[in-house]
Design a protein around this ligand. Structure first.
Ligand code: GLN
Length: 527
């Protein structure tokens, strides 16, 4: 097994996830099987309980594990599907060790960070790598070198470095190369972060320097000299016009060649599927604007997969998708909502704040026949809006938001009275059946699909006949017809909602069908 470890220095938010995913892509293009693992040194067991305001989107894997958005980059770049095994957190490691200790497995020893926690980390990485059948395991260590939380993980990989053969282990360090006021590239922060790494016994093999501009030859030379890596192992990662350019940028820097030779792998002819996709993306001529109405719009990473899925659909449909982020709270304050966009999307969400504003946007889309896509909470709010204004139940609501007679969105009977916060969420891949002769069927061209879920509430089965009487079509369902998964409204061009999150399965070279339908319809082309 070959291991590529990726650490970060200087500060967070340098795009370590994109760097790792791009390295993965380069290797996959050469036909290697790559398995990524993301280490998040926080104590939470998973990202499920984390606030998107702080952390960006919660990404959902097929097995229902809720993870950091970097795992989404891995799935999109590398083209694989991951599970909870591929995300290690401090919480998970300590939980395992404490469980073993309680069972007496440590035979009376004092249980310590070294060796017990570090052993648990190493054995987790090796187990997942081995079980995957991959040739290369890519491990990204979240956080920044020097963080207290990250220490046990860095110590574990230091031990691994000694235990593995030199040609089986490669350490990539991602750092920042800032510009000073005269525009000169400064290498001191990089030097310091490498010094920090060395103080814990790790020496990088490759340094990726994030900078606004391409690293100059002189800058590379300096980093090479001070940080003791060959100049061809100093890789420039300047700001890209799009994240999907990064693998191509690395290729130009010959990072693939360097990795291959260091790990003693054979150089293989690379597939150009990715490059073709990026060329298409670069040359899109048309442009559409999609209004995304949400409550976390100041933190655009909160809707990262939505943004990517719109982009993917645009590549296929032949248009750039410009996003106009609209704060649902602001819409609540306006009496007459007008949104100037080719399409309106209401994404997932929780709780009361901004919900009425989102419904105003939905009403505007429905009444003016503007293409609309509602996802999860957006799907539920569209049902409520329809009940209020088409059926005429002015008190219609979701029992998540208010108590009412017309709880058109509700918990199913077996969920009622169960602890609301943890454990009751319906998560991950669930099979959805699609009705024939519907838009949904036209888009998916299949009768059974698997899509990812993250919700508690459902369309209340009691009211379904009334919706159907008023022209709403439930074109997808699950759980033997007990749960509604897709609605469409044939009276409009495209008024469509999904209880699941199609954005998590969208890929740059194979867009999600609901997104493609939405973007095409916003572009004014036939589905
Ligand atoms: N709050 C809604 C529910 O729990 C929708 C969740 C979501 O949009 N992810 O069902």
């Amino acid at each position: 097994m070959k291991y590529i470890m990726v650490t970060g220095g200087v500060m967070s938010g340098l795009g370590k996830g994109i760097t790792s995913a791009s390295i993965g892509r380069l290797l996959v293009d050469m036909g290697y099987k790559v398995i990524p693992i993301k280490i998040d040194p926080y104590i939470n067991i998973d990202a499920g309980t984390m606030n998107p305001f702080q952390h960006g989107e919660v990404y959902v894997l097929k097995d229902g594990t809720e993870v950091d958005l970097d795992l989404g980059h891995y799935e999109r770049f590398i083209g694989i599907e991951l599970t909870g095994e591929h995300n290690i957190t401090t919480g998970k490691i300590y939980r395992n060790v404490i469980e073993k200790e309680r069972k007496g497995e440590y035979l009376g020893q004092t249980v310590q960070i070294i060796p017990h926690i570090t052993d648990e980390i190493k054995s987790w990485i090796r187990r997942v790598a081995k079980n995957s059948g991959a040739e290369i395991c890519l491990v990204e260590i979240g956080g920044t070198v020097g963080d207290i939380e990250g220490m046990p993980f860095l110590e574990a990989i230091r031990q691994m470095k000694n235990e593995e053969k030199p040609e089986d282990f490669l350490l990539v360090h991602v750092t920042l190369v800032p510009l000073d006021s005269s525009g000169e590239q400064k290498t001191k922060p990089t030097q310091h972060s490498v010094k920090e790494l060395r103080s814990i016994g790790l020496q990088p093999d490759v340094i990726v320097g994030r900078c606004k501009r391409k690293l100059e030859e002189g800058t590379k030379k300096k980093i090479s000299l001070f940080c003791d890596v060959p100049i061809e192992a100093v890789i420039s990662a300047e700001d890209a016009f799009d994240i999907y350019e990064v693998p191509l940028m690395f290729k130009e820097e010959k990072l693939d060649d360097y990795i291959i030779s260091k790990l003693k792998l054979e150089k293989r002819e690379a597939n150009d599927e990715w490059e073709k996709m990026v060329n298409k993306l670069r040359n899109l001529e048309k442009e559409i604007t999609i209004a995304v109405v949400g409550k976390y719009i100041d933190v655009q990473d909160s809707y990262l997969s939505i943004r990517e899925a719109l982009k993917h659909a645009g590549i296929e449909a032949g248009c750039k998708v410009k996003i106009n982020w609209i704060d649902s709270g602001d819409l609540e304050k306006t009496s007459k909502v007008e949104i100037d966009a080719d399409g309106i999307l209401v994404p997932g969400g929780f709780g009361k704040r901004g919900a009425e504003g989102k419904m105003k946007a939905i009403e505007f889309a429905r009444e003016n026949d503007i293409p609309f896509l509602g996802i999860c909470f957006g799907f539920q709010l569209a049902i409520i809006e329809f009940a209020r204004h088409v059926i005429g139940w002015s008190d219609a609501n979701s029992s998540e938001l208010a108590e009412t007679e017309h709880a058109v969105i509700d918990l199913l009977p077996e969920q009622k009275g169960v602890d609301k916060m943890g454990g009751t969420m319906r998560l991950g891949d669930i099979e959805v059946t699609i009705k024939q002769n519907t838009i949904a069927h036209k888009l998916y061209n299949k009768e059974k699909v698997f899509e990812r879920h993250r919700h508690r509430y459902e369309v209340n089965p009691e009211f379904i006949p009334e919706f159907e009487k008023h022209g709403l079509v439930f074109s997808g369902y699950s759980d033997n017809g007990r749960r509604m998964e897709i609605f469409e409204y044939p009276k409009n061009k495209f008024f469509f909602g999904t209880q699941f999150h199609p954005e998590f399965k969208s890929r740059p070279y194979s867009p999600s069908p609901p997104f493609l339908g939405f973007v095409k319809s916003a572009l004014g082309v036939d589905l």
